[in-house]
Design a protein around this ligand. Sequence first.
Ligand code: HEC
Ligand code: HEC
Length: 296
Amino acid sequence: MKIETKIILGTAMFFAILLMVGWVVIKEESRMAEFTTQFEGRSLERGATVFESNCSTCHGRQGQGSGRAPALNNPRLFNGERLAEMKWAGGLFDYIENAIAAGRPNSGAYWPEAMPTWGQTYGGPLRPDQIQDLTRFVMNWESSALDEANPPTVNQDFILPGIREEGDLQIMASGAPVGTAVTFGDLPAGDPARGETLYTSNELGCSSCHLGGVVAPNTVGTAERAAQRVASDPALAGYTLEQYLVESILQPNIYIVPNEGSAVYSAGGISIMQQNYSDRIDAQDLADLVAYLLGQ
Ligand code: HEC
Ligand code: HEC
C-alpha cells in the first residue's frame, strides 16, 4: 500500500472512531437526562399521593390554602419574598424540605392546629425520601404560581410564625399592614341577614363551633351574655357591646370567656377559637356578623 493511501485510511478511521465516540457520549447524556426526568417524574407522582392523603385537608388539593393553613401555590413562596421575611439564607428546596420535616410546633396559636412535624429525623412519620418527594411536588407549583397571565387562587397568605401573645397579635384586618391596631367604632352599617349567612357558612365555620354551646359559647344569647360580661367584669370596663363582639372575633385571646361546666374554651391563656379571622373577613363582613350577633 502506498504511504499516501495509508495516511488517508488512517485519517478516515480516526474520524470514524471520533464520530462513534461522540455518538455514544451524546446518547449517554440524553439517556441520563431521560433517566433523571423519569426519576423526578416518579418522585413527583409519589409526592402527589403523599400530599393528597396527608396535606390536602389543610393546604388544599391544589395547594390553594384554607383557614387551616397557608397556600403553597403562593407566588410569594417562589419569588423570594417568603424566604426574605423568614430570613432564610439557603435555597427554596431546602426551605420547603426543612419546613415539612420539622413542622412548625409553635404555629398552633394562630392556626387551628400547628403544622405537624413530618420527618422521622424530628420524630415524625415520614422517611427522608418521602419528604423529598413532597418537596419536589410543592416545588412543581412554581410555574403555575408565577404565571402572571393566569394567576393562581391563593385563599390564605403566609403569616410570620410564632405564639401570639396579647401584645404582638398581628392584625392584618382588611389589608391593613401587619401590626396595625384594630380600630373600633368605624364599622360600616351591618346587615344581620348577611351576617347570619356568613356565620353559618362552611368557609368561616362560626356556627360549627358555636351551635349548641358544647365546643364554644352558644350562639343563642350571645348579645345578652356579652352585655352581662361588659357590665360585671372589671377587665371589660368601658367596653361597648359592639367593641366586645369585634374584639371577640378578631382577637379572641384578649378576653377569654371562662370555661363553663365541662366545656374547655381555652388552654394556657389561648382560646381554641381561630386567631386568623382578621385576615379572612373584611370590615363589611365584620359589621354584618356583629349585627347578626347583636340580635342573639
Ligand atoms: C393540620 C394542618 C396541616 C397539615 C395536615 C399540614 N400542614 Fe403544612 N402548614 C400548616 C400550617 C398551620 C402552616 C403555617 C405555619 C406557620 O405559619 O408557621 C404550615 C406550613 C407549611 C409549610 C411552610 C410554608 C411557610 O413558608 O410558612 C410547608 C412547606 C408545608 N406546610 C407543607 C406541608 C406538607 C407537605 C404537608 C403534608 C405532609 C403539610 N404541610 C401538612 C398546617 C398543616
Ligand atoms: C374552633 C371553634 C370556634 C370557631 C370556628 C369560632 N369560635 Fe367564637 N369562640 C370559640 C370559643 C371556644 C370561645 C370562648 C373563648 C373565647 O373567649 O375566645 C369563643 C368566643 C366567641 C365570642 C364571645 C362569646 C361570649 O359568650 O362572650 C364571640 C362573639 C365569637 N366567639 C364569635 C365568633 C364568630 C363570629 C366566629 C366566626 C367568624 C367564631 N366565633 C368562630 C370558638 C370558636
